[in-house]
Design a protein around this ligand. Structure first.
Ligand code: GLA
Length: 690
């Protein structure tokens, strides 16, 4: 943390800032602003926030200009150490005009003194007049200035603390700091070890299309050797009793109820399993691995093979993890000076226009076979634009050929990433097919079109290919993703291994919830546990509790679970996060609902709190409920009003991470005491008692 000494800053200000107020006035913009944390861009003194300092415009709220203040972007936090030396804090706040009229701007200002809320603006939009306030900060040691994103993401969330100043007793300046963080905690494992007796895990339903190659590996934990069985398997399918792999293809549409069995020297297990041969695939969210968060542009066929091996060796396959997905950089690259990819500067396509894999991927079909032989599936990546986000060959004008190539090689999953398609829609490159472009569009056609094209070609292939849309949630993708054959759609920008990213992405998904269902999933991006780092892997920076929050929330959201970690470096804690079958069952629940936030608790015993309670209805009549504490301090809270959760009667409450019942209660009479760690969660299941 950087901070000027009071004397140093005074001298500096004395020399260069003649407009400094009286000795008792300390302006917010005169404090050290370096510690401000915010959604993106940089906070600026006397200007609105910007990506680059030279871009900031004067602070302006609904056409009113301010000479002084601080421009920031939600979610923003600045801690000011007043040490009881200030008497009042005043400001005029609002959304900056640099995105005037944007419907995406929604922000809320908070002034918090020693954990108590002193002032709150309410949600503000562009064109709202600045709100002026003055609050007493007498006796306050620790003042937190926060701007929230009103829970809808931080697009265009420019927020100004204009005319912001303190009246003080004696101080001439104050030290500043960033967002508070929770006390450090060493990783603690909650997931009980799987028993040595057989247990069949994973989804209870599987979708396939008529005639498509079928591959499903029965996910079962327990000592090996294990013998598998499948009673009532429809004709066309065959089980390998040693590996548990079911292969073949179905000659007729319909639903088939199969009893899966697993037996070892210690016992046996059975499970009802539904195979649905129809139009929809991905009847539960895809689970697997993707190369990007860990290897980025440094991916190779060898690393993909070793990820597949690790998926089996680590036992993750026994919990339902299936896909091994190659992200960007399996293709050749357009000319660049970037030294890491010089070996990829080769022709992007062959003489007939078919895409070629790069020298690090010498045999795509062989690689797909390798992955399939292990009972796993394989995914690939492209862009509707001429190049991918990383500058490799994209599918523009070659969509049908590429869909055919991916199918011929044996791929089961395509992530299709918007990226350079912007150059098509803004008219900056040739558009021989006259596809809809943005400037002529009065609707979302220009944004939907490229996904519709590829979705159609994928659907024509003689194998099932999950279509994963990646365009960061633009044009309300959740409303049309299913209609273009999409199985899942990214709803946000790229995740990273920080609390802010998890919070900003994970807790803003309610908008997409009504559209999530079997075959169509909200994708808040990949998992960020284990070793991650985009070509320079390091252990995730998330705290253990933040990782519990991340996995619990993604499961409640019915999100695809794609591990972004180096699979060669899975430690026990990371494995415990990824192998809790009761937690994974929430993600894989057949009903396919997406949890939404049903309760927010902003104050507990007079102190500011940020509890969010997420609820997901499950197929068996139960509810998964996540009690998330977004504050940094542990909180104690009692759930007493069950009507908000629409729960009544006698309920059995089970802690899913610990796999233990914690209470049996009567919703009308009892309450449930909860202690939740800072940035942490309790993930419970409520089941009506018989
Ligand atoms: C975009 C996507 C990422 C990744 C990269 C690859 O940033 O959002 O998930 O696929 O492109 O270049």
């Amino acid at each position: 943390m950087k901070s000027h000494s009071a004397i140093g800053l005074c001298l500096l200000l004395g020399a260069f800032t003649p407009s400094l107020g009286s000795a008792e006035t300390v302006w917010l913009d005169d404090l050290n602003l370096a510690p401000i944390v915010q959604g993106w861009g940089k906070a600026q003194k006397n200007k609105c926030a910007a990506k680059k300092p030279e871009d900031g415009k004067p602070l302006t709220i609904s056409a009113k200009r301010f000479d002084r203040g601080v421009g920031t972007v939600a979610e923003s936090a600045l801690n000011i150490f007043l040490n009881g030396d200030a008497t009042t804090f005043s400001a005029q706040v609002g959304a900056d005009d640099c995105k005037r009229g944007s419907s995406r701007t929604s922000i809320e200002f908070f002034v918090i003194g020693d954990g108590k809320q002193l002032w709150r603006s309410g949600v503000m939009h562009t064109n709202d007049a600045a709100k002026a306030f003055e609050v007493s900060v007498a006796g306050v040691n620790h003042l937190l200035l926060k701007v929230g994103d009103a829970d809808d993401g931080n697009n265009d969330d420019f927020a100004d603390w204009a005319d912001a100043k303190f009246e003080t007793k004696t101080a001439k300046t104050f030290k500043t700091g960033g967002e508070p963080v929770p006390e450090p905690v060493t990783p603690y494992i909650l997931t009980p070890a799987a028993p040595p007796t057989p247990r069949i895990n994973g989804a209870k339903v599987f979708g396939v299309r008529l005639g498509s190659p079928f591959l499903f590996t029965i996910p079962a934990t327990g000592d090996r050797p294990m013998e598998f069985s499948a009673t009532n398997l429809p004709s066309g399918l065959h089980l390998d009793t040693k590996t548990g792999q079911i292969t073949g293809s179905l000659p007729s549409r319909g639903e088939f109820i199969v009893t899966l069995g697993a037996k070892n020297s210690l016992g046996s297990a059975e499970k009802q399993f539904r195979i649905v041969c129809g139009d929809a695939i991905a009847l539960t969210p895809p689970m697997g691995w993707n190369s990007w968060n860990c290897f980025a542009h440094m991916i190779s066929a060898e690393k993909v093979r070793s990820a597949a091996d690790a998926m089996v060796r680590s036992g993750l396959i026994n919990h339902g993890f299936t896909y091994i997905n190659i992200d960007d950089f399996w293709q050749n690259h357009v000319p660049t000076n970037e030294k890491d990819v010089q070996d990829l500067i080769k022709p992007l396509r062959d003489d007939q226009g078919f895409i070629v894999s790069n020298a690090r991927f010498p045999d795509m079909k062989g690689l797909a076979d390798y992955v399939h032989d292990r009972g796993l599936k394989i995914g690939i990546y492209s862009s509707p634009g001429p190049t991918t986000c990383g500058g490799c060959a994209g599918s523009w004008l070659h969509e049908e050929q590429d869909a055919q190539t991916f199918a011929r090689w044996g791929f089961d999953f395509l992530k299709y990433d918007w990226c350079s398609y912007g150059s098509v829609t803004d008219g900056s490159i040739a558009n021989p097919l006259n596809v809809p472009v943005r400037k002529n569009a009065s609707n979302d056609d220009y944004a939907i079109h490229p996904f519709k094209v590829m979705g159609g070609f994928l659907r024509d292939q003689p194998r099932d290919i999950i279509f994963s849309l990646c365009q960061y949630g633009n044009n309300d993708v959740w409303k049309w993703g299913g209609a273009v054959n999409g199985s899942c759609w990214r709803t946000t920008g790229d995740v990273n291994d920080s609390w802010r990213s998890i919070k900003e992405i994970g807790f803003t998904q309610d908008k997409a919830a009504p559209y999530a269902k079997p075959g169509n999933w909200t994708d808040p991006d990949m998992l960020i546990v284990g070793w991650v780092g985009w070509g320079r892997p390091h252990p995730t920076s998330l705290t253990p509790d933040e990782q519990y929050t991340h996995i619990s929330l993604w499961c409640l959201l019915s999100a695809p679970l794609l591990i972004g970690s180096d699979m060669a470096k899975l430690d026990d804690f990371t494995l415990s996060l990824l192998t809790n079958d009761e937690v994974l069952a929430v993600d894989q629940d057949e009903l396919g609902k997406q949890a939404t936030c049903v309760i927010k608790v902003n104050e507990i015993s007079g102190r500011v709190s940020d509890l969010r309670i997420y609820q997901k209805e499950l197929v068996d009549g139960g509810h998964a409920i996540g009690f998330f504490n977004l504050g940094t301090e542990p909180v104690k809270w009692e759930l007493s009003d069950f009507t908000q959760l629409h729960l009544s009667g006698k309920q059995i409450v089970r802690d899913l991470w610990r796999q233990q019942n914690v209470a049996t209660l009567d919703a009308a009479k009892n309450s449930l005491p909860l202690t939740i760690p800072g940035h942490g969660v309790l993930l419970y299941k409520f089941t009506p008692a018989k």
